[in-house]
Design a protein around this ligand. Structure first.
Ligand code: ZN
Length: 148
């Protein structure tokens, strides 16, 4: 189990150090700012939606390693995917992060499973869900969101 958490830690640190799809996306069709006052994480998510597809997604901002890694992993998960699938992924990941039990199928989550470790640290759960809540807000046409 400790070996598993080491792998997870490496994924988080790697995405924090080299966030994927990081930066502004000037031609975005929707965007939202997310703020987690508990930790001070601030993210902006930019999305290009074409028809029913999330064609491109980028993010920028400042935050702790978990908030950045979560946003980075999220962009990899949803880029190029149909909107319906993206919305499902948002629900799935937020459920996974707030559930009492260990996710049933960690393998199916791929690298996102690395985020499941935050369930043991209630203060950090909002760091991990911030990017996903912000993406949801952007897709719903809300430009600002704060984790409650
Ligand atoms: Zn944080």
């Amino acid at each position: 189990m400790s070996e598993l958490s080491e792998i997870y830690q490496e994924i988080i640190l790697d995405h924090n150090k080299r966030p994927r799809n990081f930066g502004e996306l000037p031609e975005s069709t929707c965007s939202a700012d997310g703020h987690n006052p508990l930790c001070g994480d601030e993210l902006t998510i930019y999305v290009i939606v074409d028809g029913d597809t999330v064609c491109d997604i980028r993010f920028e901002g400042q935050g702790c390693a978990i908030s950045k890694a979560s946003a980075s992993l999220m962009t990899l998960k949803v880029k190029g995917k149909p909107l319906a699938e993206v919305k499902e992924a948002i629900l799935e990941v937020c459920d996974m992060l707030t559930a009492q039990e260990e996710p049933a199928d960690l393998d199916a989550l791929g690298d996102l499973a690395a985020l499941s470790g935050v369930r043991q640290f209630p203060m950090r759960i909002k760091c991990a869900t911030l990017a996903w809540h912000t993406l949801k807000a952007a897709l719903e046409g809300n430009t600002k969101t704060t984790t409650e």
